[in-house]
Design a binder for this molecule. Structure first.
Ligand SMILES: Nc1ncnc2c1ncn2[C@@H]1O[C@H](COP(=O)(O)OP(=O)(O)OP(=O)(O)O)[C@@H](O)[C@H]1O
Length: 226
């Protein structure tokens, strides 16, 4: 699903954010990406979501080598990745239904189809009956669920989340991670960047650890060698 081979990212100020990173996230797999602040987690996710490009190395996404992708192909590939952010980036002056359906509106789907699929996505994240609310009237955990519903509206095979529980208390954080787990059980591959090691430990999933741009640990390898 995601293959990184010797991927480096050097920013224009010569800062090496990722240094020859290798890993493979298989189809249907769920894993955490951890590391201290500045380790390169967001950079790695930005390379997957094509928000930024690697300086060197090869990235294969769902069978497509995206390292040398042309600009025109980016929107098409991005449609196959659901992205979730810490601040969920909801439009506060739009209803929950409008927020969730936004990706389909941009793609030109008709209103009936947008509503049908948005309600189905909201049901999947446990927000039945909230479709006409405005995000401001929802709790932090519910707002994050709206962000997740928006991310899965296109039925992407891959979800990537950047600190999705960063603004939530431990109980709500666990609920959000359980939601990712249930989406993973439906066959969606999931990669979650977080610095919350306590939460990661509770979930017992493969954990990729970055430090200063280097992949210093891969939980799956450690388990296999144990
Ligand atoms: N556009 C940029 N230009 C220059 N340096 C950058 C840029 N974006 C990130 N960096 C630097 O690259 C390093 C990795 O940043 P990144 O945001 O990927 O880390 P992170 O692990 O996600 O950190 P955090 O947990 O604080 O979000 C940091 O030292 C950061 O300052």
């Amino acid at each position: 699903m995601i293959l990184f081979e010797q991927v480096s990212k050097v920013y224009s100020d010569q800062h090496v954010a990722l240094d020859k990173v290798d890993f493979h996230l298989k189809k249907g797999e769920m894993a955490f990406l951890t590391g201290p602040s500045g380790a390169g987690k967001s950079t790695l996710l930005k390379l997957i979501s094509l928000m930024d490009r690697p300086t060197s190395g090869r990235i294969v996404l769902n069978g497509n080598n995206i390292s040398n992708l042309k600009g025109n192909d980016i929107p098409y590939l991005r449609r196959h990745i659901g992205m979730i952010f810490q601040d969920h980036r909801l439009l506060m002056n739009r209803t929950v239904l409008e927020n969730v359906g936004l990706p389909l509106l941009i793609e030109g789907y008709n209103r009936h189809e947008i509503k049908r699929r948005s309600l189905a996505a909201l049901a999947k994240v446990g927000l039945n009956g909230k479709e006409n609310s405005f995000p401001i009237h929802l709790s932090g955990g519910e707002q994050q669920r709206v962000g997740i519903a928006r991310a899965i509206i296109n039925h992407p095979p891959l979800l990537i989340a950047d600190e999705p529980t960063g603004n939530l208390d431990p109980k709500l954080s666990l609920e959000i991670l359980n939601l990712f787990e249930s989406l993973n059980k439906l066959g969606i591959s999931v990669l979650i960047a977080t610095h919350d090691l306590g939460l990661v430990a509770k979930m017992r999933y493969r954990t990729l650890t970055l430090r200063e741009g280097n992949m210093i640990n891969d939980g799956l390898l450690r388990k296999r060698n144990a």
